[in-house]
Design a protein around this ligand. Structure first.
Ligand SMILES: Cc1ncc(COP(=O)(O)O)c(C=O)c1O
Length: 364
């Protein structure tokens, strides 16, 4: 050792999160299909709220701290979804809720389960808390309830399940989620990550389960269908004792009034969600068919992205390079243990046609 300050070994074990690229050298304009963002952007109500909050002399209030309890935003969320506002917690993206859950419930030597191809922040947040992330095998890229239950040990504190899952796009039927919840020891917290829930018509992502189970938590976000990834607002719904625990460690001023105000306005614009959901479904169906017709493996996706599987890693890299040469950014999946795959965010129908044409020409 050099005598200099050293981070904890659990922190040293973290492979830093690498986000989707947003630029290509030498290209002023790119088509970014790497971070599951809504190609329509935010809805008009969110944009109007943003303008109103930053415009005029609104900056005059910048010396004031924002509302710490997120009261108006929690009320808006609760109202829209029929929830108890006291059990809603808001964070800097759902990333922050995931981190708070790990810090509050898992520590040195504890285990945090996630599906083999689950969102990378589960591993990262578990390690940051000093805990051990445990990747549980899936069945054909779908979460496997039996495998998850078999992986539980006396040290298991949390189980993360994204439904629909990123990056596979697959979904676990509601009955299977209930079977998972039923099978877990009451001391284990089941976190149902609903980042893509709104893309599934009529699915509540498990919010009703939170009402009747003391060990189920749901996380949601404004980053995906609301088109507000840049705003950084997410939320969770949890039993009262969990909210109380998270409240102890949540930074008190984690969300600015701007973040809270724009998110609240976005909630009132469900027409934008309906349009986003419908356009996404049409473009996703078309792209899935087009990629399958090119001989690629594509599972049915329930989110705003598809996972395209190529013959091998070399073929995936060649396809990614062909896309980049055409100014299109996709997401390589080596970090998710899927080196032969690329994750493709569903853009507009026009974007999908453009990408499919580029991929059809690859290597020829
Ligand atoms: C499954 C899943 N959960 C959570 C997040 C975090 O999103 P945010 O922090 O923007 O709410 C993402 C982002 O890609 C995701 O894919």
């Amino acid at each position: 050792m050099n005598g200099l300050p050293q981070p904890k070994p659990s922190v040293q074990a973290i492979a830093p999160y690498v986000g989707g690229k947003s630029a290509l050298a030498g290209r002023a304009e790119v088509l970014k299909l790497s971070s599951n963002e809504n190609p329509l952007g935010p809805g008009p109500a969110a944009i109007a709220a943003f303008r109103a909050l930053v415009g005029g002399n609104a900056g005059a209030g910048l010396h004031r701290y924002p509302a710490s309890d997120h009261g108006a935003l929690r009320a808006g969320i609760a109202d829209l979804h029929g929830l108890d506002p006291a059990r809603v917690i808001c964070g800097v993206g759902s990333d922050e809720i995931i981190a708070l859950l790990c810090h509050a419930y898992a520590g040195e030597g504890d285990e945090v389960l996630h599906t083999a191809h689950g969102f990378l922040m589960y591993q990262l947040s578990a390690r940051a808390a000093g805990a051990i992330p445990v990747a549980v095998p899936e069945r054909a890229r779908v979460a496997d309830v039996d495998a998850l239950l078999a992986a539980v040990t006396p040290r298991t504190k949390l189980v993360f399940l994204a439904n629909p899952n990123n990056p596979t796009g697959t979904m676990l039927p509601e009955a299977e989620v209930v079977r998972l919840a039923d099978g877990l020891p009451p001391s284990v917290l089941l976190v149902l990550d609903g980042a893509y829930v709104e893309y599934v018509e009529g699915f509540d992502g498990g919010l009703a389960m939170v009402e009747v189970r003391p060990n189920v938590v749901v996380t949601r976000t404004f980053s995906k269908i609301y088109g507000l990834g840049g705003l950084r607002v997410g939320w969770g719904y949890a039993p009262a004792p969990v909210i109380e625990a998270l409240g102890r460690i949540r930074p008190p001023f984690n969300l600015s009034d701007l973040q809270q105000g724009v998110a609240l306005a976005a909630l009132g614009d469900q027409a934008h969600l309906a349009r986003s959901r419908a356009e996404n479904a049409a473009a996703r169906d078309w792209l899935t068919g087009a990629l399958r017709a090119q001989g690629l493996g594509v599972d049915e996706s329930h989110g705003n992205f598809v996972l395209a599987r190529f013959a091998d890693e070399g073929a995936a890299i060649a396809a990614d390079e062909a896309a980049q040469a055409a100014g299109i950014i996709l997401r390589r999946m080596g970090g998710y243990g899927l080196p032969e795959a690329l994750r493709i965010t569903i853009g507009t129908m026009e974007d999908c046609h453009r990408l499919a044409a580029v991929l059809a020409r690859r290597g020829r």
